[in-house]
Design a protein around this ligand. Structure first.
Ligand SMILES: [Zn+2]
Length: 408
């Protein structure tokens, strides 16, 4: 794969492709066609996802309509109640939200949502965007099933500029009207199998879906292209271990593609020696990192290998918020590679995530290092990475996957 081809793929896929949408299917088919172009046969594996079609959404604050988008899958109904801004969400602060609509900073995560419900919140408002940007974009959010656990109150997402104005004006009453049809839809993973001399295999993952405002070129067509390049490399280079490539759907909706894959292929994952996940590479600016969910020895191996090749990078042990996590949760050691740009140079999940923040040459360099690592693992006499998940990683997985609550 050369620079022109990389830029062509970015141009071909410069459209929004949220999990479960027709555009996501279009991109899945495109990736499968790309594999076919290399003489490789990829299969599209569908899996069910919750979907919603909004019929009506309106937020009125103190008698004035505020632009907002309803939370998908947060139920239907009208809530008319006092509005309270909760800059803090500790137990004491939450006392203020009983029978009220709460405006909060940041994301509505599982523990916060459940805490606010327990405190009597009847509706909620979140915001995103940036006060310093020219746009007034609003992301389409959803109340994920593992956040709500089926307990739904209507929510709206608004732009930060409106949120600031509401608080500045001392807004005191809100009305959320939300009507939506919730139904089961389909998302999909694209799976390519390349058998090796051994039955055990290495699993490569990268998500290809995007969020609602974004064409997701950096996050994560870059990783998807990385997987195509790895497949192309191994199509003409030997590999003792089997190789499986999975382009995951609906990652942005809560790692749904990798969760579905891990559940459907749990038996086979017993033969998976390593997961290599790519989520955001090739940015003009930013440092190259590796996050290992597995034994610490692998961190040192990557560090030594990078030194050997004269490659600057920062490897560490941890749980990465990407498709490597559901795979690691099945006991497979995983490593995520990424090049993380400073926020001032490249942002994600917004309209500014385009090929503009990327460099084809950086893509080629990043892919080159990942290929060198993958080549060593794929041709190892015996893949040296221990299969046992260390206790500290098991604990982090419990926190990330909401089985345990981390004490702050
Ligand atoms: Zn991503």
């Amino acid at each position: 794969m050369d620079a022109n081809e990389i830029m062509k793929i970015f141009a071909d896929t410069a459209y929004v492709r949220t999990g479960g949408s027709d555009e996501e299917l279009r991109c899945a088919q495109y990736l499968a066609e790309r594999c076919a172009g290399m003489g490789l046969t990829a299969a599209i594996e569908p899996f069910p996802v919750e979907m919603a079609a909004v019929r009506k959404e309106r937020l009125t604050v103190d008698g004035r309509e505020v632009p907002g988008l309803g939370y998908l899958c947060s139920g239907s109904g009208t809530v008319d109640a006092p509005l309270v801004y909760l800059p803090n969400t500790d137990a004491c602060a939450r006392e203020a939200c009983r029978d009220k609509i709460a405006l909060i900073d940041g994301r509505m995560g599982h523990w916060l949502y459940q805490d606010l419900l327990d405190s009597g919140m009847v509706g909620f408002i979140t915001y995103d965007g940036d006060t310093h940007y020219a746009d007034r974009d609003i992301d389409r959010r959803e109340l994920r099933d593992f956040v709500s656990l089926g307990k739904k109150v209507p929510g709206m997402n608004i732009n930060v500029k409106d949120a600031v104005e509401l608080v500045r004006a001392g807004a005191s009453h809100a009305r959320i009207e939300l009507e939506q049809d919730e139904y089961e839809g389909q998302s999909r993973n694209v799976v390519l199998d390349m058998p090796g001399q051994r039955e055990e295999f290495i699993l490569f993952t990268a998500h290809y879906d995007s969020t609602s405002l974004s064409v997701g070129t950096y996050d994560n067509m870059t990783g998807s292209v990385g997987l195509l390049a790895l497949a192309e490399h191994f199509a003409s280079h030997p590999h003792r271990y089997g190789l499986r490539f999975v382009w995951c759907g609906s990652e942005e909706r809560g790692l749904l593609g990798s969760k579905a894959y891990a559940a459907a292929h749990e038996q086979e994952l017993a033969k998976c020696v390593l997961n290599i996940n790519l989520d955001m590479i090739g940015s003009v600016m930013g440092k190259f990192i590796a996050c290992v969910t597995g034994e610490e020895k692998l961190v040192h191996y990557i560090e030594y290998m990078a030194a050997e090749l004269g490659w600057g990078m920062e490897p560490r042990q941890g749980v990465y918020s990407s498709d490597s996590t559901p795979i690691a949760d099945k006991g497979v050691p995983a490593v995520s590679f990424a090049r993380l740009a400073p926020h001032s140079a490249a942002t994600i999940h917004d309209r500014y995530d385009t090929a503009q923040v990327l460099l084809a040459e950086r893509m080629l360099d990043d892919i080159g290092f990942i290929t060198a690592f993958a080549d060593r693992m794929a041709n190892a006499a015996r893949c040296p990475v221990g299969r046992e998940m260390p206790e500290n990683m098991k604990e982090k997985l419990d926190y990330y996957l909401l089985r345990k609550r981390e004490k702050k």
